[in-house]
Design a protein around this ligand. Structure first.
Ligand code: SAH
Ligand code: SF4
Length: 342
């Protein structure tokens, strides 16, 4: 008989399990806390359960079946994991530490590969392989917690895959992050290339997470060149969906804007972008392009980044520049391929 995997279960599932073993709901709560709050790697570490009960539990269950295939640590403290699931598929997960150690952000993947195929993205180059299950999504965070002994405080769906094309599973994982990991919804960011019907669905759910939109160009022809999704869900339709989202949720959105030399970092682009965002309640996060050696794009210069930022700030919006994390281990945005490098 295949053993039950405890990671990914919720209170009700733990209760079903303890009932099978004729144990109380209190035992279920203890196991739950060992998994999510203390992130143990084995049932033997659940020391407030009797040895006999642990043996019974071990006969029918195990903590996890996700393996760390490789782990790389950057000089800035960023850690990149390549994780392997039982079917042999792998995804990358990145742990980033910002200024203080209390703030630990996990960048999680939602799919193996991605169908959206943006021209600048290493994940897109692989094409779509499969969706991750809710358990596989949360296992990424549990693995980090088990490995480092630290508690993750923020989650960004900015790893491999398009979360809104696997929305059902992403939302199930979201519920577990909020209810079982006890990470507040506002500390969870879902990033999307702009899947309009799904943005409307999130709006109707009035989800209190942060929505980040990969805009990358406010000029349709240029957006089409780098993001084929623009042919299906155009900038003008996207804007309507974003307005609706802001109305329904009352939340400010984040606009991600990729700066590629001589393509999206121009003065004309900054003007068009300011115009496009004028009546949207948003913050803007500029992402200097990270090289992935599989395409022709180039990084913007420092001066063009600062000029672009200044032009957007004139519109009164808050504009930040995303620091490159883990560059020495290819862990920065868009560099995750999930392939095992030879
Ligand atoms: N699929 C989602 C989330 C994953 S990508 C999305 O596209 O939004 C997270 C962010 O990294 C996106 O804004 C994406 O456009 C950006 N990105 C992809 N490739 C990049 C690269 N080579 N350099 C910098 N950012 C990149
Ligand atoms: Fe997919 Fe996002 Fe990469 Fe585009 S940038 S290919 S949507 S993962």
């Amino acid at each position: 008989m295949e053993k039950t995997i405890l990671s990914g279960l919720q209170q009700k599932d733990f209760e079903d399990l303890t009932e099978k073993l004729n144990a109380s709901k209190f035992r279920a709560r203890q196991i739950h806390n060992w998994i999510y709050l203390k992130s143990v790697s084995s049932i033997d570490e659940m020391t407030d359960l009797s040895k006999d009960f642990r043996e019974e539990l071990k006969n029918i269950a195990e903590v996890s079946n996700t393996k760390i295939k490789t782990k790389q640590i950057s000089s800035d403290g960023t850690i990149k994991y390549l994780l392997e699931f039982p079917d042999g598929e792998c995804v990358e997960t990145v742990l980033m530490r910002f200024d203080n150690r209390a703030n630990l952000t996990a960048c999680v993947s939602s799919q193996v590969g991605c169908a959206v195929n943006c021209a600048f993205c290493a994940t897109g180059k692989r094409g779509f392989i499969r969706n991750l299950t809710p358990t596989e999504i949360i296992e990424q965070v549990l693995t980090i917690q088990r490995d480092t002994g630290l508690k993750v405080s923020n989650i960004v769906f900015m790893g491999q895959g398009e979360p809104l094309l696997n929305l059902e599973n992403v939302l199930k994982a979201f519920d577990i992050f909020r209810d079982d990991f006890q990470i507040s919804a506002r500390r969870i960011t879902i990033s999307t290339s702009g899947i309009i019907p799904k943005i409307k669905e999130l709006a109707d759910k009035k989800l209190q997470s942060t929505l980040a939109i990969s805009l990358h160009s406010a000029i349709s022809d240029i957006r089409k060149k780098i993001m084929p999704i623009e042919n299906k869900y155009s900038l003008s339709e996207l804007k309507k969906a974003l307005k609706y989202y802001i109305e329904q949720t009352g939340r400010r959105i984040t606009i991600e804007f990729l700066l590629i030399k001589a393509l999206t970092d121009t003065v004309e682009m900054a003007k068009q972008t300011a115009l496009y965002l004028k009546d949207l309640k948003c913050n803007i996060n500029l992402i200097p392009y990270n090289s992935t050696d599989e395409n022709e794009f180039k990084k913007p210069s420092g001066t063009s980044i600062m000029k672009f930022k200044a032009l957007l700030e004139r519109s009164g919006k808050k504009v930040t520049i995303r620091l490159e994390r883990g560059a020495d281990i290819d862990a920065a945005c868009g560099q995750l391929s999930g392939k095992i490098k030879k």
